[in-house]
Design a protein around this ligand. Structure first.
Ligand SMILES: [Zn+2]
Length: 117
């Protein structure tokens, strides 16, 4: 889309124009569904860019990463969708390992500490 104030080319999900600093009315609607080519079909608006905040959310809430990744992939954002999906799946596998390894380390350190007392 183009900025209504200065005519510069800006991303559809930009809230503010990066060139003239004016607020864009259509900003922040990157993840709204809109029908394209039939019922149930939708496209992700804006550029296929990996959002840092969503990367963090995908790691902290893996199920969100998987779901949002699948939605992004289906909505025509293969690059960022794949990132969220892989991070979400990785986090699902990594967290149980950490839950197991961290207490094990604590137990080990406790034993070592006891041995030196
Ligand atoms: Zn502008």
């Amino acid at each position: 889309m183009t900025c209504p104030h200065c005519g510069a080319s800006v991303y559809e999900n930009d809230v503010k124009c990066p060139y003239c600093d004016s607020f864009l009315e259509t900003g922040n609607n990157a993840y709204t569904r809109r029908p394209v080519g039939g019922p149930g079909q939708f496209t992700m608006n804006g550029p296929d860019q990996v959002n840092a905040a969503l990367v963090v959310v995908s790691i902290l809430i893996p199920i969100f990463g998987v779901i949002f990744g699948a939605i992004s992939l289906g909505g025509g954002h293969p690059k960022s969708g794949k990132v969220y999906l892989i991070l979400g799946l990785a986090a699902i596998f990594v967290f149980p390992c950490l839950m197991f390894v961290i207490p094990l380390c604590f137990a080990l350190f406790a034993e070592i500490f006891k041995a030196f007392q």
